[in-house]
Design a binder for this molecule. Structure first.
Ligand code: NAP
Length: 255
């Protein structure tokens, strides 16, 4: 009988963080359809188990809170023991706010640089920036053992300094000191790692989905997860183009 371990010698292995719902769960679904064995990361294991069961064979739940060093350590130990390498890491987990808000409009108002809570900025950066770096640093030894190592950071066009400097960019009034600035910082981390790993062949990318209806925006996004995920899947599966890319639904995005 073929075990997970024996199958994985030939099958690409991916880890997706924050994959119990929304775009992360859809990324897992698409990677499984592309023949990957995917570790579906979820800070609440039961939510991840349920999400993996909805997808079926190929999706395997793993407890992973990106702000918890012990949780990250346990995930590394499990992946090391079961697979001995990691081909693709998708850093998808993120939060848009940490306050007690009753609407997206309130979240946007509270994100303004003149009033944003420093505690809320710290909490958001802890997940969206430092959490990504912590998982990446911990998984990197396993990614270095892959023949086609890739790291995809799920970012947002809202984090682009170039776009937000352009007065014709329709979303620039959303550019605040909390979520969008965290994606700007994530972009900086992405580029820093891409430059550092250039000689290794590991591809480090950032990609933005389209505006997708998920819990993060109270389901106000205009696209379904099936549509929104497309740019993420393209970037995740891209083993060929130059490292250090930032792409969205219409191709290249400026940093
Ligand atoms: P979502 O449905 O709210 O999903 C976010 C996921 O991140 C959830 O699974 C959540 O887990 C998880 N998460 C939060 N904190 C975590 C932590 N400390 N450790 C592990 N997992 C954690 O939002 P989404 O729209 O699918 O977002 C996915 C990614 O796309 C994010 O990086 C987001 O910034 C990006 N993005 C989304 C849009 C959009 O239009 N939706 C646009 C641009 C970029 P829980 O269920 O436990 O909370």
């Amino acid at each position: 009988m073929e075990t997970i371990e024996s199958t994985s010698k030939t099958q690409p292995i991916a880890l997706v963080t924050g994959a119990n719902k929304g775009l992360g769960q859809q990324v897992v679904k698409e990677l499984v359809a592309h023949g990957y064995l995917v570790l579906l990361g979820s800070r609440n294991f039961d939510n991840g188990k349920k999400a993996a069961e909805e997808i079926g064979d190929g999706a395997n739940p793993i407890q992973l809170d990106v702000t918890d060093a012990q949780s990250i350590h346990r995930a590394v130990e499990r992946i090391t023991a079961e697979f001995g390498r990691l081909d693709l890491l998708v850093n998808n987990a993120a939060i848009a706010q940490s306050g007690d808000y009753s609407s997206v409009a309130e979240v946007l108002e509270a994100s303004k640089a003149s009033v944003a809570s420093l505690d809320e900025i710290r909490t958001i950066f802890e997940t969206n920036v430092l959490g990504v770096l912590a998982v990446t640093q911990a998984m990197l030894p396993l990614i270095r053992l892959s023949d086609s190592g890739r790291i995809l950071n799920v970012s947002s066009a809202l984090g682009s300094l170039t776009l937000n400097s352009d007065v014709s960019f329709p979303y620039r009034t959303f550019f605040g000191a909390t979520y969008s600035a965290s994606k700007t910082a994530l972009n900086a981390m992405t580029l820093a790692l891409a430059i550092e790993l250039e000689e290794t062949g590991i591809k480090v990318r950032a990609a933005s989905p389209s505006f997708t209806a998920t819990a993060m925006n109270d389901f106000q996004g205009t696209d379904s997860v099936e549509v929104g995920v497309k740019a993420l899947v393209l970037a995740a599966l891209d083993t060929d183009s130059s490292t250090g890319s930032f792409t969205g639904p219409d191709g290249s995005l400026p940093w």
